[in-house]
Design a protein. Structure first.
Lengths: 404, 347
């Protein structure tokens, strides 16, 4: 600084300070774009062409069986374009239509294979690419894919009502009982609720990871589950923070129970959305027998969710309309999920939804945790621990009744 | 049910195909089909006749680019390479061939490219034909990027066996050697590369038929060569496509034309890698079977023969009736993966 003599430099630095800050933000961005553009335009100078043969990867996102045809929806989740040249079913070349052009990265195509398939039999499909590679897909047991007409959506809605809405409504009938029990018992019920939710969070995460492993990895695979969880957790935390500020402003103390109930209902609703997706897709793939046993199992499993919703509002006097709303928020997504799963099943989306549900539940657990505190301020006191364990045991036991 | 629909289909397609086939018949023996523009349209026509899953076939409307491959299955069928001959002192005939190993991309099914290794750019390699007692001189030039040999079946000295470690051994890329021996015994033989890994060197296309005619010849006949092969395009040591003479369904798309009552002689060679056996089955007829073609007496009158790799035999029969007759491997899997065809018998 001492050597500074030229007056011009002062002018320069003043001018620099006068540059608008948005410009300072935009200039690096423009330079980055220009550099990338130049690199691409010059054909990646200094870098050799690909080493080795093209990597051909196609994920089968959806399988639809109609009389005499098997339709596969393909997604290219590899780095190179893939051209489907020929198709085989059970070691025989078959006629097919679709995928006329090479499928680019992340692109999709649908192929219809002419195959007189027989119900209940297994089919191994091999799509032969232009380089001779094979993309293989197995159908464990062929079954007609239900057509997505009105009666089918009606059936899925009924299923969603059976396993989501009705059980939760029944579970909410515990409200009058919860109101009368002493605080220590209420804490036990709250702990039970947290236990139930913890089980659901673990279950949804594992289910999501399993689904993510099956489908296209192009959109992140397992990472989608964790991303979904993080997004749900952060969004719900933000929303509840907003609500809290408004409540403080209104000095409406005591509203936190209603809010908690809403959060619990929303979290459970998101979980049931994922559950509905799993059920709908399993049904349309023929992997699910719609029996009384399944419905009863799900009903028992989900009844406990009704209890979880009403526990935080034991000390309030909610109107029947409000209770119905809470029940709908928690249960109705099962119907929506069943529709999504049956009509437009996509493993990447389903994995994300499962993760989203898990994240929402974790957020709800965080919100519920303070309600477990006893008079001495402990959270994990013996009663709470017993409740937590009982909740998880209850979910585990009723969960054994159903597999999707 | 399938039987009924197939019969209906055949009844409908025979008049149309019959006319086309008659036109084909005169054109086939020593011209490339693609030299005739009218013929270029035929495969699509043939396709249409068996589309709609009545038979397994490649994707509709698509055929292999025979011109790019440099060979065509119908041409391979009747292409016998007698070599160039000179008289040796003492009156014996010297037959000479040059075989060049070439690495070449072959379209083994429509739209499916396979990095093949070939003799003279074709799969199977040229059908070398000679007469018992001829002196044979085969110059082998290795134009491939990998070491290769030519191992002939038949009777010859150890040094001429074309296996690594004997005689010239494995021929390095850019090198050459000469295999020289007497043509014996009369029969149907084969040749193939014998460099390890053996399965790969054979499966990639280095093989061909080698026919030694008896000194007194064979009865005049419509002679056909069928080298039964397959291609493992995804390198899982199982074939994705099967054929006689490389291109699956080639003789379905365009039947082999045969004359009624004329003697048909098929030189059948099995070089199929990765599968234990292969077979040939003829519809609507039976044939006399001469294993390895070494005896004048047939071993069997049958419609199905089974061959392991390297096994070969001569089949002879006459079609008493005009019409279409299938032939195929009687492993249904191979059949539906390409190894099937039709004879179109015309008056």
């Amino acid at each position: 600084m001492e050597g500074r003599v030229a007056t011009g430099q002062d002018v320069d630095s003043n001018a620099r300070e006068r540059l608008p800050s948005w410009l300072l933000g935009v200039v690096p961005l423009l330079l980055i774009v220009a550099a990338i553009g130049a690199f691409a335009a010059l054909g990646a100078p200094g870098l050799a062409e690909r080493h080795g043969p093209p990597a051909e990867e196609l994920a089968i996102e959806k399988t639809v069986l109609r009389p005499g045809t098997i339709e596969l929806t393909l997604r290219n989740d590899g780095p190179d374009a893939v051209a489907v040249a020929q198709a085989q079913v059970n070691d025989a070349f078959v006629q097919f239509s679709g995928a006329e052009q090479p499928i680019g990265r992340l692109g999709t195509a649908t192929v219809q294979l002419a195959q007189p398939w027989i119900e209940g039999e297994a089919y191994d499909i091999a799509l032969i690419t232009s380089s001779g590679g094979t993309i293989e897909h197995s159908i464990a047991a062929a079954v007609l894919t239900p057509s997505a007409d009105l009666s089918f959506f009606g059936l899925m809605a009924l299923l969603g009502v059976y396993i989501g809405v009705i059980p939760i409504a029944l579970g909410m009938l515990w409200l009058p009982w919860i109101r009368r029990i002493p605080p220590v018992w209420l804490r036990a019920v709250m702990a039970l609720t947290v236990g139930l939710l913890a089980f659901l969070a673990i279950d949804a995460t594992l289910e999501g990871i399993e689904l993510a492993g099956e489908g296209s990895q192009a959109f992140g695979g397992t990472a989608l589950v964790l991303l979904g969880a993080a997004v749900a957790f952060l969004v719900l935390t933000g929303v509840s923070g907003l609500l809290e500020r408004r409540r403080r402003a209104a000095r409406a103390a005591g509203a936190s129970g209603a809010e908690l109930a809403l959060l619990v209902a929303a979290g459970i609703g998101l979980h049931n959305l994922g559950e509905g997706v799993a059920i709908g897709s399993a049904y349309s793939a023929g992997a699910l027998a719609l029996g009384a046993f399944l419905v009863v199992g799900f009903a028992l499993h989900n009844t406990t969710e009704g209890l979880a919703i009403v526990a935080p509002i034991a000390h309030l006097r909610p109107t029947p309309a409000r209770l119905a709303l809470l029940g709908t928020i928690a249960g109705a997504p099962a119907v929506l999920g069943a529709w999504i799963g049956a009509a437009a099943f996509n493993t990447s989306l389903a994995a994300f939804l499962f993760g989203f549900g898990a994240g929402a539940i974790v957020q709800v657990i965080v919100q519920l945790a303070p309600t477990l505190r006893d008079d001495e301020g402990r959270t994990l006191h013996p009663v709470a621990v017993s409740g937590l364990l009982a909740g998880m045991a209850l979910m585990f036991a009723t969960g054994l009744l159903v597999t999707v | 049910m399938p039987q009924l629909s197939r019969r209906k289909l055949l009844a409908a397609s025979v008049p149309a195909i019959g006319g086309a086939a008659a036109a084909l018949h005169s054109a086939i023996p020593h011209t490339h089909p693609w030299e005739h523009e009218a013929l270029a349209a035929e495969p699509a026509h043939g396709h249409a006749s068996h589309a709609g899953s009545s038979h397994a076939s490649f994707r509709d409307g698509r055929t292999v680019d025979h011109r790019a491959n440099g060979f065509e299955p119908h041409e391979v069928l009747r292409d016998f390479d007698w070599g160039t001959t000179t008289r040796l002192a003492g009156g014996r005939l010297l037959r000479e061939w040059e075989l060049v190993a070439v690495d070449k991309e072959i379209e083994v099914a429509p739209g499916v490219k396979f990095a093949a290794w070939t003799y003279n750019g074709r799969i199977p390699g040229p059908t070398l034909r000679c007469r018992e007692g001829d002196r044979l001189r085969i110059t082998f030039v290795n134009g491939s990027a990998h070491p290769h040999t030519i191992h002939f079946h038949g009777i010859h000295p150890s040094a001429m066996d074309g296996v690594p470690g004997l005689g010239a051994g494995a021929i390095a890329p850019g090198s050459r050697t000469v295999y020289e021996f007497d043509a014996q015994p009369a029969g149907l033989h084969l040749y193939h590369c014998h460099v390890r890994p053996l399965a790969e060197h054979i499966a990639k296309g280095l093989y061909g038929a080698f026919i030694v005619d008896p000194a007194d010849g064979r009865e005049e006949a419509d002679e056909l060569v069928m080298v039964m092969n397959g291609f493992d395009t995804n390198f899982d040591r199982a074939n994705e496509v099967y054929a006689a003479n490389t291109i699956g369904f080639a003789y379905m798309d365009e039947p082999i034309v045969a004359k009624r009552d004329a003697l048909v002689r098929v030189y059948l060679v099995n070089v199929l890698e990765y599968d234990l056996i292969n077979s040939f089955h003829l519809h609507g007829n039976l044939f006399h079977y001469f294993p390895t073609g070494t005896s004048a007496q047939p071993s069997e009158f049958t419609d199905t023969v089974m061959l392991c790799q390297g096994q070969r035999g001569i089949l002879e029969w006459r079609f008493p009736q005009a019409g279409r007759f299938m032939f195929h491997a009687h492993q249904s899997e191979f059949t539906e993966l390409g190894w099937q065809g039709f004879f179109e018998v015309v008056d």
